[in-house]
Design a protein around this ligand. Sequence first.
Ligand code: SIN
Length: 532
Amino acid sequence: MRYYDVIIAGSGLAAYAVARRLSADLKVAIISNKSLDISNSMLAQGGVAAVFSEEDHWKYHDKDTLLAGDGHCDQAAVSYLTQQGPGVVNALISEGMKFDCGTSSGYALGMEGAHSRRRILHAGGDATGKKLTSFLHKNIGENIDQIEFHSVVDLLVENDRCIGINVSGKEGDISSIFGSHVVLATGGCGNLYQCTSNADTANGEGLSLAYYAGAKLADLEFVQFHPTVMASRNHPGRLVSEAVRGEGAVLVTDTGERIMKNIHPLEDLAPRDIVAREVFRRILRGEKIYLSIKYVKEFTKKFPTISAICRGEGVNLSDGLIPVKPGAHFHMGGIMVNGVGQTSLPGLYAVGEAACSGVHGANRLASNSLLEGLVYGRALADFLNEQPITRPIRAFKQSQSAGKRLVRSITIEEIRKLMLTHAGIERSSEKLNMLQRKLKEQIAEVDYRNLIAYTPVDLTFIHQATAAYLIAKSAFERKESRGAHYCTDFPEKKEEWAGMRIIQQINQNSLNGGLGSNEYDKSQKAAGAVFT
Ligand code: SIN
């Protein structure tokens, strides 16, 4: 029987922030469904937001985060993030992590949308995610096994506690790994949308795994679209960082009209949801939208990654115009966690984009996600270091893979297309209802108590379709517009929805798997989950 004290599913920044901080006497496994270097963290161009200048204060960072979150953040979680930020970053710097310096002695602090101060640390210009995640991948303790090309297909639950995972290997072989503590750091869900900035590993599987195991999910309707994904035929998902606009780039039409003038006082640096919607509306009207970089000084030096992408896509930088369109970028919702990453299911934890800690509310402030992974990864590891280890004392009985097939009424490509048109930037009740019904029909008969009976190919599909269904369902149920959730039938924020979280949890007592059990939580704090 394979056993670890802590199993971490995922290989991005949050996974390693946890693993590196765990006590060396804990036996840890990091499980990655592809090679370790494929994750959204690796692709992050924007940097780490943290207070690093005399003119700044965590209270300003706090305020900016809350404003961007559109009244839906957990204030305590945000304060923890912004106050702990400089400390975790300084700890990395003292371990040898190098952030870009300015011409004077300090760090070169960048600007991004909805920040009131320059506070974005970068590394390698626009290669921050890659530099930072690669740094965390180095010098891993001998107590940590890194297992590549294994997908988590099922969580093992016994007596209402998560006690391990089932994984599918390269050859489709399924095996069990037991653990005292199981951490889902499986990232986001952008790849459920046809146009995305995300890695193709970001399919929302963590949501589905947690859901079928009985954990609570929250805020799933809030999916952030990035306004400037390169509009190219070859690679539809190449990001053009918001930091480019922070350095003076502006969004224009092909006649040179500036599209963000008169839309928001912060113009091109308005909160991301507002910019993305304007780009989307223009494109829907048949206009072509470009990011004009004419006034960005030393573009290729500051943005080497984007410059290389442009060259690869045949975009001539000397024209000063990069064609852009919005793409799914970040999931604010996720597996509901408390301040130390505990989910509602004992033994199961979540961190990073897979988790919903309440820090991002309805719309994430730029460059707060790498910071969240670092701060909450450390908090979770510190918590786990204090927990008793409960090694399983007997073999767990489980069903064997029976090569069961799922009859499909829809393909994953059709789901990705529908997610973009029906659960994307602008939604309508009619389209959301149609989508959630279609997806529910597809997954209603899934035998979730015996997932490993299905083939690995069907399991991947089941998790993706389930995650898409859960997002569409939450979006259908939120009868207002807030942050990244914009519904044309309810174009305004509504007082009765303020602080209201839609929480989804499977109804384990229902015969058909109980799809559809939703709970609404209007506690004083929008989030503030307490699990013991
Ligand atoms: C970007 O570089 O624009 C993305 C940064 C982020 O999503 O935080």
